[in-house]
Design a binder for this molecule. Structure first.
Ligand code: MLT
Length: 311
């Protein structure tokens, strides 16, 4: 690393990384390369690295995003390869999409859009059909409703704050967070000590925990049985946090009105009550640039100075 700095450091990008970030890597130290045989550094977004042979030349991996579940982090640690990520850099983008997801579901926007798209006939019959059909899409408003936020980290906290500003009541649950740091967020966010208590009291539930062994299928059949009828469940975190079969059963029984998730899923996309998005949470110009800059700065700091900074 720092002593080898004379050597050019080859950076392989497995996904497209915003150029504003790549430009922060000085050309006298870094060379952006598509050569997969002997990179020194790998930069990645969502590419799945679990099935990949990670070359022995690699000395650092940078994930331009928060989650590192697409990278075999334990294996890399055993090889002494640090894995950097960019928590918070795309939080605003994800928060905005969560709000959009709540509104899509609460105002029945997706079926309403499909309804209009499917209408045929001349102008007059079109408008008659619109008038006759629109009643079925009557929705509900957010103020006074309760949002339960599971996970009060860099995304969960801004989601909770935004919901408070929209006039919602917010319950937060996060077993990992200390009382002091948790309640640095808006004082109006109430604390739920048990996840069952949160789901029982919420009209909307939004998931903001990372995927790991303790959160896999966190939302399962027994937990869903504690939910209110017509709950809107939002998952902008990771697919496997939810047991999909249990969610489908919850939809069938009327407990879950809508499941809004930011993952393309063949089975779920057939379901009218499910809104599946193609993992768009972090896909804004601003978030892509923020992640690229943050990851480039960390890689630079590590390669040039040997520093490992945690954000
Ligand atoms: C994240 O973990 O921050 C997102 O998955 C980022 C992305 O979509 O690239």
């Amino acid at each position: 690393m720092s002593e080898d700095i004379q050597k050019i450091c080859k950076v392989l990008t497995l996904n497209s990384i915003a150029s504003v970030g790549l430009k922060r890597l000085p050309a006298n130290i870094f060379q952006i390369s598509s050569d997969i045989s002997d990179p020194d550094v790998i930069l990645v977004r969502s590419h799945n690295m679990h099935d990949m042979d990670i070359p022995v030349s690699v000395i650092a991996i940078g994930r331009a995003g928060a989650g590192t579940n697409n990278i075999p982090v334990n294996q890399m640690s055993a090889r002494g390869i640090p894995v950097f990520n960019t928590p918070g850099a795309n939080a605003n983008a994800v928060k905005e999409l969560v709000l959009a997801g709540m509104l899509m579901a609460s105002r029945n926007l997706i079926p309403a859009l499909r309804f209009v798209e499917a209408l045929e006939g001349d102008d007059q019959s079109f408008h008659l059909q619109v008038e006759a059909g629109k009643k079925q899409f009557s929705g509900l408003e957010l103020p006074g409703r309760t949002l339960g936020v599971i996970g009060l980290g860099k995304i969960g906290r801004p989601v909770a704050d935004a919901a408070i500003k929209l006039g919602m009541k917010v319950l937060g649950y996060d077993p990992k967070i200390t009382i002091d740091s948790a309640w640095s967020l808006s004082a109006e966010v109430q604390r739920a000590n048990q996840i069952e208590d949160l789901v029982r009291r919420s009209n909307f539930i939004s998931l903001h925990v990372p995927l790991n062994e303790s959160t896999r299928h966190l939302i399962n059949g027994p937990l869903i049985s504690h939910m209110q009828k017509n709950t809107i469940l939002l998952n902008f975190s990771r697919n496997a946090i939810v047991d999909e079969d249990a969610v489908l059963a919850g939809i069938k029984s009327g407990i879950i009105k809508n499941y809004v998730c930011d993952f393309p899923d063949q089975k779920l996309k057939q379901q009218p009550a499910v809104i599946t998005l193609p993992h768009l949470g972090a896909s804004t110009h601003e978030a892509e640039e923020n992640c690229a800059m943050m990851i480039a700065d960390q890689i630079m700091d590590y390669i040039a100075h040997g520093n490992i900074s945690y954000t």
